[in-house]
Design a protein around this ligand. Structure first.
Ligand SMILES: [Zn+2]
Length: 306
């Protein structure tokens, strides 16, 4: 059965009317259980990431200032989430969830977090709802500990993985691939190892064609020991912030294709949910679970982890 990672601490209170859809994380878990995509035995509970682990890519001064709540107003505004003890715990626990997902992927082949994808966090500062970069921390932590020799980061959130690209720009052991919409945040793009920039309004056909063209050859040429996959659903046609036109079927096929390509190439893959913005949280939570639905189907078809 597909390992899925969740912690009740993924959800913390935000001020009324805040535009970050925090409650979606619990709803993702609820929808997965309600629709019987997973059972409770499949859920793994992470521990919070430690300061030492986070320091694999972030500066000690930034980590300490954030944890203590002593970042200045400008730095906090750039993050866009109000500081609280609960949010600090949530930040470290969600990062721990991506680390645990990667470890589960290494032993079971495929694993999915129900949070994660904080790809706008840089070494010394956070940005766009992202505080610590779970993708970069997880890749570097596993490389430092000798668990893997190379990591491919596939970032299909509609926004460029700018923090990930900047942090890992000179790292020869991590390949960063970001496919995003060019007119979206961040307006100053960083340089990933491969950037595919799509025009506003691109739909399923063009999107999937570009993905099918690039991903298999990347898996073949870079030959990673692990793939970290940011499956943001903000390329969806109904997303509040994205500017692409993917349908539910398009998102599902994208996720199925990425996971199946990794499984076929014998590369473990850990997926995180990434961004997704809608005022209708039920619709949004469902959209995020397309990842877990696709992953379960691929996982069961390959009879892994039995
Ligand atoms: Zn996004």
């Amino acid at each position: 059965m597909l390992p899925v990672v969740f912690h009740p601490d993924y959800v913390v209170p935000l001020p009324a009317g805040h535009r970050f859809p925090m409650d979606k994380f619990r709803r993702i878990r609820d929808v997965l259980l309600h629709d019987r995509i997973i059972s409770t035995e499949q859920i793994h509970t992470p521990s919070p990431a430690t300061e030492q682990t986070i320091s694999a890519v972030h500066s000690t001064s930034y980590i300490r200032d954030y944890l203590k709540g002593t970042l200045d107003t400008r730095a906090m505004r750039r993050i866009g989430l109000p500081w609280s003890h609960e949010l600090v715990k949530r930040t470290c626990t969600a990062l721990g969830g991506t680390l645990l997902s990667a470890e589960l992927a290494l032993s079971h082949g495929v694993a999915c977090n129900t949070a994660g994808g904080t790809h706008h966090a840089f070494r010394d500062f956070g940005s766009g709802f992202c505080i610590f970069n779970d993708l970069a921390v997880t890749a570097r932590h596993l490389l430092n500990s000798g668990r893997v020799r190379s990591v491919l980061i596939v970032d299909l959130d509609v926004h460029q993985g700018d923090g990930t690209a900047a942090i890992l720009q000179t790292d020869p052991f991590v390949f960063t691939f970001s496919m995003h919409c060019d007119v979206n945040f961040p307006f100053t793009k960083q340089v990933s190892d491969l950037d595919i920039s799509l025009a506003e309004g691109s739909g399923d056909e063009e999107y999937l064609q570009r993905l099918r063209y690039h991903l298999p050859s990347l898996l073949d040429s870079f030959d990673p020991d692990l793939v970290l996959y940011d499956a943001g659903v903000d390329p969806h046609e109904s997303d509040r912030l994205g500017k692409l036109n993917l349908s539910d079927d398009g998102i599902y096929e994208r996720d199925r294709f990425v996971i199946a390509a990794c499984v076929d190439a014998d590369v473990p893959i850990a997926a995180v949910v990434g961004g997704g913005y809608s005022d209708d949280l039920n619709e949004l939570a469902y959209r995020h679970t397309l990842l877990h639905r696709a992953a379960s189907v691929v996982f069961d078809a390959h009879m892994m982890g039995t």
